[in-house]
Structures are given as structure tokens and as C-alpha cells.
Ligand binder design. Structure first.
Ligand code: SF4
Length: 76
């Protein structure tokens, strides 16, 4: 989730953890831990993220376009 949201990027759990610690204020670490776990269980699932119902989709660089609603190419 951190990679998808680009809160922290990295190829190992340690690299992502260090990135999160750098980008999230220390007083929010505990809350952020729970938020990310909850978000991963309920919406941003590993195999099939539910971008169509995700409240973070407008700001998420990894948001997938809704099926049949991609008007960027002018196709029907
Ligand atoms: S928009 Fe999609 S990829 Fe981005 S956080 Fe939400 S569910 Fe995950």
C-alpha cells in the first residue's frame, strides 16, 4: 500500500518501513500503522485493489481507471 500510494517506495519491507518513518510524523506512526493495515484488508487488497470504491483514488498514483469509464482516449 505504501508503494501504491507512494508514501514510501522500496523493494523490501525494511526499505518501505524506513520510508514511512521518514514521511509520517512520529506522533502518527501508531495510527498510520493501523490505517494502512485496515486499508489493505478492506480496500487496497494485494491481488485486486478496489480502486472503484477507494476514497484515496483521486490522489493515488496507482489508481486503476474504472472499467468502461476511461474517457481519456475518446473511445466508446
Ligand atoms: S486507489 Fe487503488 S491502488 Fe490506490 S490506494 Fe486505493 S485501492 Fe489502493
Amino acid at each position: 500500500i505504501a508503494n501504491r500510494l507512494q508514501l514510501a517506495t522500496g523493494s523490501t519491507p525494511l526499505a518501505v518501513e524506513q520510508g514511512l518513518m521518514k514521511n509520517i510524523p512520529k506522533e502518527k506512526w501508531s495510527d498510520a500503522h493501523h490505517w494502512l493495515i485496515w486499508h489493505g484488508r478492506k480496500i487496497c487488497k494485494a491481488r485486486k485493489p478496489a480502486c472503484d470504491i477507494c476514497p484515496l483514488a483521486p490522489v493515488c498514483p496507482s489508481a486503476e481507471p474504472l472499467a468502461g469509464k476511461d474517457s481519456s482516449k475518446g473511445e466508446k
